[in-house]
Design a protein around this ligand. Structure first.
Ligand SMILES: *Cc1c(COP(=O)(O)O)cnc(C)c1O
Length: 426
């Protein structure tokens, strides 16, 4: 493959855009190469500026559950565009999307539309703080909740004692109110809640973690979080920016049977446009302005074009009742191919990660939390990424991301991918 045009574009991009990209992972730094520049996409395929074609298992990091440029979504968006791009005033479609979200996830009794997952989680945390009158929150190491100041904390090894921001520019004071627990570790949560008794507004969690690679909650872990937050008057927030409409129509609560007080959505809910949402219990959401005292607003919130893409995507997911069974089964086939090649695989529905755990190929490891994920062989991952890319298969350019299966990944394409996995990973 030839990447001359992408190389030239990357050179120009680096002059004006930090690192040449508008979101860091796109720079391909973790896999020791430069990015390709996408020109267009159709179904499961991406085409770059040099005319290379890739089978895409990134799917824009989650939104592309139907594959790229689904004809129904594109047509609806084109029609919406012709009627004007933004009004800053209410539209019928916002009501329709809110109703669709409520239908899919019934414990979302009220919902507010925003423009990014970052904004959704930031706002949900603010609502939880406003409702409880408490300041602290608990998050889990390796869970990503967007780049709001108070959420860019993983705390590292001194997790019970110190909260250190991950990013320069985050005031230590912000980080101090974010406590970090260990995913899948009940004791770490219990200790924090005891030490900060009566002060924790919310526990925010990815119900299936997908930002340290996919890490599935152990049996009973989410049930434990539900029970202990109820006991403590703490709000349980499921960050479903990835899992929402992905694991099932009803997201993580349908998939796991555990209800949260608040949910955040992004990615799929916008059907490929910048749209996200947060919502849940009516009493908590009633604190949000103009109904209540928690301020949150947005010039482009509920944007008519974005809302249209979201509505059409959710309608297709609702109407096509076989879709979750299909994408789950295909992900299962991929998982088996990675396992046969000696890798450790975590999977939930159509989300999966193949981990190069220490000693992969000899002994299968386990990845149950951030520390396990960090122990993986990222050099081996980079070699795998590059060999897949050279075969025209695009997986996420980091060990710590999920592989996304869409409905456009046909059985034949999955079979072809499994053959390449067997050749390149063994
Ligand atoms: C992607 C993601 C976010 C942030 O969403 P953006 O739209 O990128 O701001 C938040 N939480 C989770 C779980 C995510 O995967």
């Amino acid at each position: 493959m030839n990447w001359d045009k992408s190389e030239k574009l990357f050179g120009r991009a680096q002059e004006l855009i930090p690192g040449g990209v508008n979101s860091p992972v796109r720079a391909f730094g973790a896999v020791g190469r430069h990015p390709f520049f996408v020109e267009r996409a159709q179904g499961p395929w991406l085409y770059d500026a040099d005319g290379n074609q890739y089978l895409d298992y990134v799917c824009s990091w989650g939104p592309g559950i139907l594959g790229h440029a689904h004809p129904r979504v594109i047509e609806a968006v084109q029609k919406a565009c012709a009627n004007g791009l933004t009004f800053g005033a209410p539209t019928a479609k916002e009501v329709e999307l809110a109703e669709l979200i409520h239908t899919c996830v019934p414990d979302v009794e009220m919902v507010r539309l925003v423009s990014s997952g970052t904004e959704a989680v930031m706002s949900a945390v603010r609502a939880a703080r406003g409702f409880t009158g408490r300041e602290k929150i608990i998050k889990f190491a390796g869970n990503y909740h967007g780049h709001a100041d108070g959420l860019l904390v993983k705390a590292g090894s001194g997790l019970m004692t110190q909260s250190v921001p991950d990013s320069a520019g985050v005031p230590a004071g912000y980080a101090a109110s974010t406590l970090t627990a260990v995913y899948n570790d009940e004791a770490s949560v219990r200790t924090l809640l005891e030490e900060h008794h009566g002060q924790v507004a919310a526990i925010v969690v990815e119900p299936v973690a997908a930002n340290m690679g996919v890490v599935v909650p152990k049996k009973g872990f989410l049930e434990f979080l539900r029970r202990i937050t109820k006991e403590q008057g703490t709000i349980l927030i499921f960050d479903e920016v990835i899992t929402g409409f992905r694991l099932a129509l009803g997201g993580a609560s349908q998939y796991t049977g555990v209800q949260a007080d608040l949910h955040t959505f992004g990615k799929i809910v916008g059907g490929g446009m910048p749209l996200a949402a947060y919502g849940g219990r009516r009493d908590i959401m009633s604190c949000v302005a103009p109904l209540g005292q928690v301020y949150q607003a947005g010039t482009l919130s509920g944007n008519p074009v974005a809302v249209t893409a979201g509505i059409e995507t959710l309608k297709i997911l609702i109407e096509d009742t076989g879709i979750y069974e299909r994408i789950d089964r295909r992900a299962q086939t991929l998982a088996a191919a990675f396992q046969n090649a000696g890798l450790t695989v975590n999977r939930a529905g159509s989300l999966l990660s193949a981990f190069f755990t220490p000693g992969f190929g000899e002994k299968a490891g386990r990845v149950e939390n951030y520390e396990d994920a960090c122990a993986c062989d990222t050099k081996a991952f980079a070699a795998y990424f590059n060999s897949m890319l050279n075969r025209g298969i695009y997986v996420a350019p980091s060990q710590f991301e999920a592989m996304f299966v869409s409905d456009a990944h046909t059985d034949a394409l999955i079979k072809m991918t499994c053959e390449v996995i067997a050749e390149e990973c063994s």
